[in-house]
Design a binder for this molecule. Structure first.
Ligand code: IPD
Ligand code: CA
Ligand code: CA
Length: 270
């Protein structure tokens, strides 16, 4: 059985409550209202409604806590030591296209450190949870990262910078390096689920640049609690500040970082 702290209980209940109308929306995509935040960056009424439910539910249970929520931004609370970090739908593009690879991501930060994490895919009903020091779980099952240590055997996930974003050429150089050294790569379109899937051992590793705190705060704790190693692409633990992430098991983390560095060095020299 998963270890559910009182905070995790509150977070999973909020995710389930917000997940129900989200499944309904997913079944009626023709009614979805979509607006554009930037090039290829969309927000739907489902993102906004989901976030509203999550904030309301979490506020009810933890009235003093602050929030960093993708759509509403920073919401300060009187309790400066606790903050929820929320992505109401990670994988909005998938959601809009009827692809069931998206999730609700909620992390709880205590004194600047993420202590509880929930990543919930309402369509597959997969609830990934982690509590610092108590392991990571998928529904009732304890999670362990994959144990493969030989790069040519591995399946690696990543995210490509989309239209209007920097770093496309560097990404293509990194991608070339990775596909030439591993068994394959996937770009599934939800960074939070990519990390949850590393925790579950489905992917051997994940890297992506320029992510935002709400994409990764929960997923990073899932990987750590499943025995994996997480860092930015310089090997430091500044993922929430830099937005750059590499997550893998202990044996693969260093070789993958070296590979990505080699790609970057070749890119800078070109
Ligand atoms: C996006 C997803 C995607 C990643 C993008 C994110 P959103 O989040 O996590 O996998 O590549 O950089 O912006 O917009 O669907 O919440
Ligand atoms: Ca996101
Ligand atoms: Ca989002």
């Amino acid at each position: 059985m998963p270890y559910l702290s009182p905070a995790l209980n509150v977070m999973t209940a909020a995710a389930r409550k917000a997940g129900r109308p989200l499944i309904r929306d997913f079944g009626e995509l023709e009614n979805l209202q979509v607006s554009r935040k930037g090039p290829a960056d969309f927000v739907t009424n489902a993102d906004e409604r989901t976030e509203k439910i999550l904030v309301e539910e979490l506020k009810k249970a933890r009235p003093g806590y602050g929030f960093l929520a993708e759509e509403a931004g920073e919401i300060e609370g009187p309790d400066k030591t606790h903050r929820f970090i929320i992505d109401p739908i990670d994988g909005t593009t998938n959601f809009m296209h009827g692809i069931p690879q998206f999730c609700i991501s909620i992390a709880l930060e205590r004194e600047g450190q993420v202590v509880s994490a929930v990543v919930f895919n309402p369509v597959s009903d997969e609830m990934f949870v982690a509590e610092r020091g108590h392991g990571a779980f998928l529904n009732d099952k304890r999670l362990r990262v994959a144990q493969r240590s030989n790069l040519p055997d591995t399946l690696i996930a990543s995210g490509a910078p989309f239209m209007g974003r920097d770093g496309q050429d560097l990404f293509l150089d990194e991608l070339r390096m990775v596909i030439n050294s591993t068994a394959g790569m996937r770009r599934l379109g939800s960074a939070a689920l990519d990390l949850a899937w590393v925790a579950a051992g489905r992917f051997d590793a994940f890297w992506e640049r320029h992510l935002r705190p709400w994409d990764i705060a929960a997923g990073l704790l899932l990987v750590k609690e499943a025995g994996g190693v997480v860092s930015d692409l310089d090997g430091r633990e500044r993922m929430l500040e830099t937005g750059d992430v590499l997550a893998a098991n202990e044996a693969l983390h260093r070789p993958l970082m070296d590979l990505l560095r080699k790609a970057k060095a070749g890119h800078s020299a070109a």
